[in-house]
Write a protein that binds this ligand. Structure first.
Ligand SMILES: Cc1cc2nc3c(=O)[nH]c(=O)nc-3n(C[C@H](O)[C@H](O)[C@H](O)COP(=O)(O)O)c2cc1C
Length: 223
């Protein structure tokens, strides 16, 4: 039985409200449906639990690694970068054997292409550890997907997402490594309405934290 490891790179430790957790769950189901043995970890939780050694061993023994990456400030989250660096160091003692790597990157902006740079980071990471990068999935409007996935306007997006999860699962089982294009997944929803809803949500979160709307525009790291 082939083994696949799903790495959730979100800094959120709670699964509630995290699209990365939603993706990790859906993907794990898809992988199991293709008769793969699945291991699923949150990179930050593994770091906090001081559990990296055993997670890295599972990863090094697997046939496939899928990194689920939420975009934070147009980059991979810092906790995931640390995790990748530590894994690379671990592999200096334990080299990989024929592992396939996939990236599922999702972001808050509607345009899935924004995720391309992060896909490239995982692609180069795969190359640096001697693994085979297969393809990336790039998903826009990430935050709204879990709550709306069953709504009629999401039918096309949902179908493409489920098909892509199945494609990853099937590709892991293939011997053939013919190149596959990255897959963009776009939510079909009016852009202006999406931004209006997003702005309302940011303001409401600020209020709940005892802040004013103008506090959202603070630039604490610029002196
Ligand atoms: C602090 C912060 C920074 C973010 N930066 C970006 C960004 O640069 N570009 C983008 O498209 N989305 C950005 N987002 C949106 C997240 O990528 C999006 O909400 C994603 O679904 C979060 O996934 P998670 O809940 O699984 O961590 C940001 C969100 C937060 C909270």
């Amino acid at each position: 039985m082939k083994r696949a490891v799903v790495i959730n790179g979100s800094p959120k430790l709670s699964e509630k409200g995290s699209f990365s957790s939603f993706l990790a769950q859906q993907l794990s189901e898809s992988l199991r449906a293709e008769k793969l043995q699945v291991f699923s970890y949150n990179a930050r939780a593994a770091q906090k639990a001081d559990d990296l050694e055993s997670v890295f061993k599972t990863m090094a023994d697997a046939e496939a690694l899928v990194f689920i990456v939420p975009l934070y400030f147009f980059c991979l989250p810092g906790n995931l970068m640390r995790f990748l660096t530590a894994f690379e160091t671990y592999l200096k003692e334990v080299p990989l054997k024929g592992v396939k790597v996939y990236a599922m990157v999702q972001c808050g902006f509607p345009e899935p292409e924004i995720c391309l740079e992060a896909v490239q980071v995982i692609r180069y990471f795969a190359k640096s550890i001697g693994a085979t990068f297969r393809f990336g999935t790039m998903i826009g409007s990430g935050g709204m997907v879990p709550a709306t996935i069953d709504a009629p306007f999401m039918r096309k997006t949902r179908t493409l997402l489920m098909r892509t999860l199945k494609r990853i699962a099937e590709d892991i089982g293939l011997k053939d490594n013919a190149p596959i294009e990255n897959i963009p997944i776009r939510v079909q929803f009016p852009r202006r309405l999406y931004f209006m809803m997003g702005n309302t949500q940011w303001s409401s979160m600020a209020r709940k934290s005892g802040l004013k709307k103008r506090d959202l525009y603070r630039r604490p790291y610029i002196y």
